[in-house]
Design a protein around this ligand. Structure first.
Ligand SMILES: Nc1nc2c(c(=O)[nH]1)N[C@H]1C(S)=C(S)[C@@H](COP(=O)(O)O)O[C@H]1N2
Ligand SMILES: [Mo]
Length: 499
């Protein structure tokens, strides 16, 4: 029984390993493991996705890989225990799921079934051989035992070597070298090159994140299980649809244009109250308004559907892109070419809208169209169409649940309402009066502001709440709302014990 379960596990390893290696010429979306993974991502019910993001945060991809591996391992062991041919039938069933997943990935075709089919074929041969060796009558001289062991070691080696080679060759085709050679344009210095240098946008308070979020600390949210590898020399941005003239823009074209540098705070609609799916960066890029106007917008258009290399789509209200705000085709992030995980070589950044309707990474296509004609990735999954960011605040320090020393304590955090701006933050201790916090200088209405309140903390357990007011003086709502369908609301709250 143990041998049979092990046979199943090894055969599954062979399927995935061989599948990975054979997927190299067809791209990562044809690998059985990643194809199934991204099919799961695309078809996860909203409630499960929300639960996963709440539970695992930005480790949700790791959680998915671990979960998938456990399920595959359990089914594989079962297939072994059922023996060939019934085990083989189970593998064929799993293979069929892999083939369907591979064929339904956007941009894939029939050829993308080859890695899974090959993997399953080899895996079934291995399963049969292992089961036969495991089941053969007890040997007189230990021959069959040794032959099971030998076969098992060989199968394990095949799985590991093929899988590792497949991953390594896949990685070797990545854009690291291309990105290192990428020449970041020099922006027209309309804004201070390092924001905060001449403004007091940064408060130096322990436990408060820096005003500019370093690239390594910037949150990452996307549906890509394998990072899209898009070299800048083959990248093109097509602008089409309801336009006077279609444009196809390459990096050579972009070099002829004036780049700008703008600091913009990005936020994810999946950010829970108090959450960390928000970051502030200085982006180098090209105004989208100029590109769209060059293409010439036809009457009646009200949306730009942006698509990525990995077939993600976002629908952005056209008026937001044309009203003069710093909506960018960004190529640089905090003085570096975009990190691959943040969209190298080009992405969109639109102040005031959640990322899911605007911030398309690895962007390759802009279709000028209408909301009543097309829908986008997340709106197809029940999220709001327009995606304006809501007024929000966060308490960064003290950390909730911590014990702090009685006496002078800094309560500090950030507040944001991109493209409207923040005018104030109030803090409430227990059920006391709301007290105004001190705000850092506003860099622009497209970025977050830091705030601080000095508190003479008395011993005991305390609850601290915060609330921000937008530029119109409207206080963020105290009504709690879930992230689905258009962003969480409610006051951030922490509890601390003071000793
Ligand atoms: N290609 C692609 N672009 C994408 C996404 C995606 O899944 N795929 N997710 C969007 C969402 S939901 C957000 S919040 C932002 C996050 O950008 P970041 O990962 O650089 O922080 O990217 C947006 N752009
Ligand atoms: Mo998002």
């Amino acid at each position: 029984m143990l041998k049979r379960a092990l046979s199943g596990l090894l055969a599954a390893g062979v399927i995935l390993g061989v599948g990975e290696l054979v997927s190299v010429p067809f791209g990562p979306n044809s690998s059985p493991f990643y194809a199934v993974g991204s099919a799961v991502v695309d078809n996860t019910p909203e409630a499960v996705r929300e639960w996963a993001i709440d539970t695992f945060g930005t480790s949700d991809k790791t959680a998915l890989f671990v979960g998938m591996s456990l399920i595959i391992a359990a089914l594989a062991a079962l297939a072994g225990i059922m023996r060939a041919p019934r085990g083989a039938v189970l593998f064929v069933g799993l293979g069929a799921a892999g083939v369907i997943a591979a064929l339904t990935r956007t941009g894939n075709n029939l050829l993308d079934a080859i890695p899974t089919v090959t993997g399953v074929a080899v895996g079934i041969v291995v399963l049969n051989a292992l089961i036969r060796a495991a089941e053969s009558p007890e040997p007189t001289q230990g021959i069959s035992r040794r032959s099971f062991l030998g076969l098992a070691v060989a199968a394990g080696a095949l799985a590991v070597v093929a899988g590792t080679a497949g991953r390594m060759i896949g990685q070797a085709r990545n854009v690291t070298a291309n990105r290192l050679a990428f020449l970041l344009p020099t922006p027209k210095p309309q804004v201070p090159i390092s924001p905060g240098a001449d403004l007091n946008t940064t408060m130096n308070i322990d436990g408060l994140p820096s005003y500019i979020t370093p690239n390594e600390d910037f949150y990452r949210i996307d549906t890509a299980l394998v990072l899209p590898q898009v070299p800048s020399n083959t990248w093109k941005l097509r602008i089409h649809g309801m336009v006077e003239r279609e444009l196809e823009i390459t990096f050579e074209d972009l070099m002829q244009r004036e780049a700008v540098e703008k600091t913009v705070t990005l936020t994810c609609v999946s950010n829970i109250v108090g959450g960390d799916l928000v970051g502030n960066a200085t982006w180098i890029g090209y105004p989208l308004k100029d590109l769209l106007e060059e293409a010439g917008i036809q009457d009646g258009a009200d949306m730009v559907l942006s698509s990525s290399y990995d077939a993600f789509t976002a629908g952005t209200p056209l008026e937001v892109l044309l009203d003069g705000r710093d909506a960018l085709l960004a190529v640089g992030m905090n003085g570096q070419p975009l990190p691959v995980r943040h969209g190298y070589p080009a992405r969109l950044v639109v102040p005031g809208l959640y990322g899911y309707v605007s911030a398309t990474k690895w962007v390759t296509d802009l279709e000028v169209t209408r909301f009543d004609k097309v829908t986008a990735y997340w709106t197809d999954r029940g999220w709001g169409e327009l995606g304006p960011i809501k007024t929000a605040s966060r308490i960064d320090t003290p950390r909730s649940g911590r014990t702090v020393q009685a006496g002078k304590t800094m309560i500090a955090g950030v507040a944001w309402h991109q493209h409207l701006g923040i005018s104030g933050v109030d803090v409430q201790i227990d059920e006391g009066n709301w007290m105004p916090a001190t705000l850092s200088e506003e860099y622009s209405k497209d970025t977050w502001r830091q705030w601080v309140l000095e508190w003479d903390a008395p011993p005991g357990n305390h609850t601290i709440r915060a609330r921000a007011s937008d530029a119109n003086g409207d206080i963020q709502t105290s009504m709690t709302a879930d992230t689905v369908p258009d962003g969480a609301t409610g006051y951030p709250q922490i509890s601390v014990s003071v000793s």
